[in-house]
Design a binder for this molecule. Structure first.
Ligand code: COA
Length: 282
């Protein structure tokens, strides 16, 4: 195992906010969780570098046990990434999602926690990379996302994700897509990719009619060709726009922006937001 980092280095690398550092330090100092953490570390290591061909087992659903496992595995993630010539900037930008998601959890619940620990299993099995504004996960296409002449089940594709890190300017999206094309061809030529997929509530056609066509969101969504596959998104849209999944709070949520109004309108119509799939060619 790569050598552990000192606390400041670790917390700096994971971009953990000051307000979360004391709780993280306490978590690191705990020794009574070793028996729970070990199987989680083992589950992540089994899947490590397999780009999700080996799914991650979930020996527990305790978020802080997962967080402790992420801390434990950080040196290994960095060592693996350096061996694969991943630039330090990309490693840092990718791992900064830990601090970002601790901050989101605090905003949502008012306390220290990591509601989205499952999402961070991508980072700690080294299957996702932040390249500029967007994040890209290398993975095999599922049968449900086949498109004649474009995507076959089992093809390597890049699933794109949008972190909450400022406006989604088209120029930044262009730069990220260009960076992804070069990065994956150079670093992982054994897994050739030519298609980016997106599965998101943002691709639900309901949204496109309700945000300005020239908006960042509208321009992003229009880059994708529908794959013709979708599933119920339940409270996803609510969570991403309002950071709550509490349907009893709809009346009190703000309606200041077109995005907020669109999300609420769909619930008020008694409809379900769809997680819709689309693709674009790199
Ligand atoms: C996706 C995201 C980057 C878009 O931000 P953006 O570039 O500022 O969006 P736009 O400029 O196109 O905004 C279009 C409209 O939506 C509003 N809007 C954008 N993001 C918003 C948010 N998080 N909450 C409320 N309103 C938002 C804008 O104010 C604008 O409203 P208007 O038409 O009334 O002026 C931003 O919403 C975000 O960070 N979301 C969280 C991450 C996320 O949703 N990821 C996708 C997960 S599947």
């Amino acid at each position: 195992m790569a050598a552990a980092y000192d606390q400041d280095t670790l917390f700096g690398l994971l971009a953990i906010d000051e307000v979360d550092r004391a709780d993280c330090a306490r978590l690191l100092e705990r020794t009574d969780d070793a028996e729970q953490v070990a199987p989680v570390v083992a589950a992540l290591r089994r899947s490590f570098g397999s780009f999700n061909q080996i799914p991650v087992d979930e020996p527990t659903q305790d978020p802080l046990v997962w967080l402790k496992a992420f801390f434990t595995l950080t040196p290994r993630v960095v060592a693996w990434s350096r061996r694969h010539d991943i630039p330090d900037r990309v490693i840092r930008d990718t791992l900064a999602d830990v601090g970002r998601h601790l901050a989101i959890s605090r905003r949502v619940t008012g306390e220290f926690g990591l509601q989205t620990w499952r999402w961070l299993t991508y980072h700690f099995t080294v299957r996702i990379f932040a390249l500029g504004r967007l994040q890209f996960a290398l993975e095999r296409a599922a049968p449900a996302t086949e498109v004649d002449g474009v995507i076959k089940a089992g093809d390597w594709v890049l699933a794109v994700h949008i972190p909450e890190s400022g406006p989604l300017l088209p120029s930044l999206v262009d730069e990220s897509l260009a960076a992804a094309k070069q990065f994956f061809a150079e670093r992982f030529p054994q897994h050739p990719v030519s298609v980016v997929t997106c599965d998101s509530w943002m691709l639900d056609p309901f949204l496109l009619d309700r945000v300005a066509p020239e908006s960042n969101v509208g321009s992003f969504v229009r880059r994708f060709t529908p794959i013709g596959h979708s599933s119920d998104g339940h409270t996803d849209a609510l969570y991403f726009v309002f950071r709550t999944r509490d349907l009893s709070r709809l009346d009190e949520l703000p309606r200041d922006t077109s995005l907020q109004r669109a999300v609420l309108e769909r619930f008020e119509l008694g409809e379900t937001w769809q997680v819709t799939w689309g693709y674009l060619k790199l």
